[in-house]
Design a binder for this molecule. Structure first.
Ligand code: CA
Length: 226
C-alpha cells in the first residue's frame, strides 16, 4: 500500500513518514503543494495525507486537481484550524476525512486503515431520489430528465438533503453546514432557500420530495405510495 504525504512542516512530515513506514506502508513525502499535485496525478497512490496550508498550491487546490483528474483514492486532510468551514469545504471538495492538528499518530493510523479498508466502495457520483438526479462532479441536477438550474447554495442544500435522505435535518444543522453560520443568525434565510429550492424541484413534479417537519426542520424523502 502506497501513501503520499504532502506536508510542509518538517517535523510533522518526518514523523508521519516514519510512523507510516514502520506501520508497513510505502511512503512518499513532499513539502510543497505543486510537487504534491504532480506526484498525486502521475503516480498511483492508495491514499493521500494532505496538509491544507502549503507553499505554492494549497491543499484545496491539490485536492481539486486530484478529483478533477478523476482520481478517487481516499484523501485525508490536515487542518490547523478548528473551523466548521474548513471541514465542510474539504469534504465538499472530495476529501474523505480530516484531522485537526495537533493529532496523535495512532488516530491518523486508525483513519488511514479505515479508509483503505473501505477501499473501492467509494460513494457514487450521482445522488438520486425518485426521478430527481444530482451529478456531483458535473454539478447538474435534473428531474424526470429535465435540467434544473440551481444556485451554488441551492445545490449545496439539495446535496445535503439528498445525502441524508429520510433524516429530519434541523435548521441549525443546515445553517452550519450550508451557510457556515450559527443558529442564532437569521434562520429565515434557510426557510427562504428551501422555498426556492422546492419551487424548482418539487412544484412542477410529483411526488413532492422535500417535506417540512413542524418544529423540527426539513427532510427529503420519497413518499410511500398511497
Ligand atoms: Ca502547513
Amino acid at each position: 500500500m502506497k501513501i503520499l504525504i504532502v506536508e510542509d512542516e518538517v517535523k510533522t512530515g518526518d514523523y508521519l513518514r516514519q510512523g507510516l513506514t514502520e506501520a508497513g506502508f510505502v511512503v512518499d513525502l513532499v513539502r510543497d503543494g505543486m510537487d504534491g499535485m504532480h506526484l498525486a496525478l502521475a503516480e498511483l497512490y492508495d491514499l493521500v495525507v494532505l496538509d491544507v496550508m502549503l507553499p505554492n498550491l494549497d491543499g484545496w487546490q491539490v485536492l481539486q486537481a486530484i478529483r478533477r483528474a478523476g482520481k478517487d483514492m481516499p484523501v485525508i486532510f490536515l487542518t490547523a484550524r478548528d473551523q466548521v468551514g474548513d471541514r465542510v469545504k474539504g469534504l465538499e471538495l472530495g476529501a474523505d476525512d480530516y484531522l485537526i492538528k495537533p493529532f496523535s499518530f495512532s488516530e491518523l493510523l486508525a483513519r488511514v486503515r479505515t479508509l483503505l479498508r473501505r477501499g473501492k466502495t467509494k460513494e457514487p457520483d450521482t445522488l438520486t431520489a425518485a426521478d430527481l438526479e444530482m451529478q456531483l462532479l458535473k454539478r447538474r441536477v435534473s428531474r424526470s430528465g429535465k435540467r434544473i438550474e440551481l444556485t451554488a447554495k441551492e445545490f449545496a442544500l439539495l446535496e445535503l438533503l439528498l445525502r441524508r435522505q429520510g433524516e429530519v435535518l434541523p435548521r441549525s444543522l443546515i445553517a452550519s453546514l450550508v451557510w457556515d453560520m450559527n443558529f442564532d443568525s437569521d434562520t429565515n434565510v434557510i426557510d427562504v432557500a428551501v422555498r426556492r429550492l422546492r419551487a424548482k424541484i418539487d412544484d412542477d413534479f410529483t411526488p413532492k420530495l422535500i417535506r417540512t417537519v413542524r418544529g423540527m426542520g426539513y427532510v427529503l424523502e420519497v413518499p410511500e405510495p398511497e
